[in-house]
Design a protein around this ligand. Structure first.
Ligand SMILES: [Zn+2]
Length: 727
């Protein structure tokens, strides 16, 4: 048994090396762009008796289904052949099935734990999600087979994604030392020239001399331009890729996706449909087509400087709030950034988070809430998120900041800086907005995991620990806060202009701040640590005592809750998430009937950025009882920025506005109430009529009284008011 098995394996080895040469021959032809000769070569191979060769042949002929079947047959015949599994995995990876591809690579590694192709395969799978282990795996593959060009090429690509040009050049050099015809290494080098605004790259001619239809070089550049948020240029390069080779479906799909990002939906659809009918059905292609179809459910609203795309089911409710906030942000930024936008900003708001996700496919970073593509922005609707978890208005300001910074720099700005500016702006609108000091950030400070400014971009693209992306957002925001404090807001503007000239982060820090990047890091960290020292030092203690506090609250030991809560609250005042001290304290005070103290705790909670709708509504009710109506209205007003899908909110806020003599505010809130289609239509119309009367808009008042009576003909108060208004 054992001998037979070994013999079979041995024979497989011989036939493999012979067949390998035949396949390599066909592949070489296609690598050189001699596509019809390559096709003939594969056709010959397709009638081979060896299922593995047939698999490669069908793959080369783009008959993927048959290739898949033949790989299955080949693996059945040679279950111990790791190479077959690797090749089959690569086919599946190319055909949008990374999960099964990864299993095949794992199976190959179970046969040969250092199989370079299997390691490379897993590296490619990981690279699709910007996982850090992509780098490790590619390095292992390169080590296992020092002649593996593709591993070096992948390392070069990953380095460039991480904004590490030196390493990218190094890896390209290694690839080209192994094979002077390493096309993808040359494509990376050409891309680097284009990214640096050097259009006449010598690498292009070298590539085209080997393969005159190698559109992939432009597609590679397109991908990197898009990763660097240079969408229009990316689109231009994808077009060039298709001019060289119209059958580059991946490039065509990316072209479609990015045309959509620029708002060119019709042309996008043409390209995406072409991909689809040619059997290129990647997730991005299929989902983008589905999203285009769903646009029929959206309403487009234009003003002089805004274009809003809202879902028809929430357009009435959201329009006034969003439009007002957009205009306020544009007005503020035009002054702050000393520039005027050349065209209206388009903002799309998605009630279905999955639709929004389609807009960010293929982009690195955390689960986003909004994204900006230059003059167009896509974001979640507040209805897409758990109430209280999403501050839509701060997202609007965040994304609008991107619109300005991207425009001012012609999209030539490192990720850390544009994110840092956007986070800085959120807090600049209101200290309640923006991100709090989170437990993840505290741990990152404790464990000295913040990145030097010159490397901060890497923390956004390829995290080395799970929370690194949000931590990097926070750090970048703090860096911009620090610069604004030490050098003034103007300095941030100067930095924007330096980045626009394609200066690197170390250059900009040195020229604009007069410091070596290392010195800047030292000073910034000292400043950050000074501001967070107390919380960072007490975090472990706070954490322990908070758990005990929760127990006390659960057992209704209110005196102890109050004593302990007050003792630990200010150890970590930024904590306003679930199970925070403020809410425990408020609950305990209420149990002891101390409404003023309960309200004071919840006010503290709100002013730090607490957003739980139930807590904010409780605060408003308490303030009303304490006869602080103006503060009660302010407490409720906060909720409009968080979760406006709430009838009670608008009814109560409308009533408070009306009683405070703010008729216009009341009109807005009652209109929001009506937009939510409340059960009691008559009462809602009646309230709105009263607000209109207070604003002296009597026609509208009468109209809504009639609507109230239409809903409830016997509604006495409406009848009475109508009589008054008629006479
Ligand atoms: Zn952002």
């Amino acid at each position: 048994m054992r001998i037979k098995h070994n013999l079979l394996f041995f024979l497989c080895g011989i036939s493999f090396s012979l067949s390998g040469a035949v396949v390599e021959n066909c592949r070489d032809l296609s690598r050189r762009g001699r596509l019809s000769e390559a096709a003939r070569c594969y056709e010959k191979l397709a009638v081979s008796r060896d299922p593995y060769l047939r698999a490669e042949a069908f793959w080369g002929l783009q008959r993927y289904q048959e290739a898949n079947e033949q790989f299955r047959a080949a693996v059945k015949l040679g279950p111990k052949n790791a190479y077959y599994k690797v090749r089959w995995g690569r086919l599946l990876l190319e055909r949008f099935n990374p999960q099964e591809a990864a299993s095949l690579f794992e199976e190959a590694l179970a046969i040969d734990k250092n199989h370079p192709g299997a390691l490379l395969g897993l590296a490619l799978v990981a690279s699709e999600n910007f996982e850090n282990k992509a780098v490790e795996l590619a390095e292992k593959a390169a080590l296992a087979d020092p002649t593996l060009v593709e591993a070096r090429e992948l390392l070069a690509r990953l380095a460039l994604e991480d904004n590490n040009p030196q390493k990218a050049i190094e890896e390209c050099g290694k690839a080209l030392a192994i094979s002077p015809q390493a096309l993808d290494a040359m494509a990376i080098r050409a891309t680097m020239d284009w990214l640096n605004d050097r259009p006449d790259t010598p690498w292009l001619n070298r590539i085209l001399a080997i393969n005159p239809v190698y559109g992939e070089v432009y597609a590679t550049a397109g991908r990197f331009l898009v990763l660097n948020r240079r969408y229009e240029e990316g689109v231009r390069f994808y077009r060039k890729a298709l001019e060289l080779n119209p059958r580059l479906w991946e490039a065509r799909s990316e072209l479609g996706v990015n045309l959509m990002r620029l708002g060119l939906d019709q042309e996008a659809r043409t390209h995406l449909e072409l991909c689809y009918t040619n059997d290129y059905r990647s997730a991005a292609t299929v989902n983008s087509l589905r999203l285009l179809d769903s646009y029929k459910n959206f309403v487009t609203l234009k003003s002089d400087n805004t274009i809003l795309k809202l879902h028809k089911k929430e357009v009435e409710l959201l329009r006034p709030y969003l439009e007002a906030e957009l205009k306020r942000a544009i007005r503020t930024y035009e002054q702050k950034y000393k520039m005027r936008l050349a065209q209206p900003v388009q903002v799309e708001v998605y009630p279905d988070h999955e639709d929004f996700v389609v807009r960010t496919l293929g982009m690195p970073g955390l689960e986003a809430l909004g994204v900006s593509f230059g003059y167009s922005v896509a974001m979640d609707s507040p209805s897409a998120r758990r109430p209280g978890s999403f501050h839509w208005a701060s997202t609007v300001w965040h994304e609008l900041s991107h619109v300005f910074v991207l425009t001012a720099t012609r999209h030539r700005v490192p990720r850390w800086f544009t994110e840092g500016m956007a986070v800085h702006e959120e807090t600049a609108v209101s200290p309640e907005w923006g991100d709090r000091l989170s437990p993840n950030v505290i741990l990152a400070i404790q464990e000295k995991r913040l990145l030097p400014v010159a490397q901060l971009d890497r923390g956004f693209v390829r995290p080395t620990y799970p929370a690194q992306v949000p931590v990097s957002y926070f750090q970048a925001g703090q860096i911009c806060d620090y610069i604004a404090r030490q050098w003034g807001d103007e300095k941030l503007l100067d930095m924007i202009h330096s980045f626009a000239q394609l200066k690197t982060t170390p250059e900009v820090v040195e020229q604009q701040l007069g410091l070596k990047p290392e010195e800047f890091d030292r000073r910034f960290l000292a400043w950050l640590k000074a501001g967070t020292r107390k919380t960072v030092q007490s975090f472990a203690e706070w954490n322990k005592r908070l758990h005990a506090l929760a127990q006390l609250a659960a057992s209704a030991k209110y005196d102890e809750v109050i004593r302990e809560g007050r003792a630990i609250r200010d150890l970590y005042p930024d904590y306003v998430e679930a199970g925070n001290v403020y809410e425990f304290l408020a609950e305990a005070y209420l149990a002891k009937n101390d409404k003023a103290a309960a309200a004071a705790e919840l006010e503290r909670y709100a002013s730090i950025g607490g957003r739980n709708p139930a807590a904010l509504k409780k605060l408003a009710a308490l303030l009303e009882e304490l006869d602080r109506k103006k503060d009660a209205a302010a407490a409720l007003h906060r909720l409009n920025y968080v979760y406006p899908m709430d009838e009670e909110l608008h009814r109560r806020l409308g009533d408070l506005c009306l009683s405070a003599g703010n008729a216009q505010g009341a009109i807005g809130e009652y209109q929001a109430l009506l937009a939510l289609k409340p059960l009691d239509q008559a009462a809602a119309h009646f309230s709105l009529a009263k607000a209109y009367r207070a604003a002296n808009q009597l026609d509208q008042a009468r109209e809504h009284l009639l609507l109230a009576l239409e809903a409830a003909p016997g509604y006495k108060p409406a009848q009475k008011l109508l009589l008054e208004l008629v006479h």
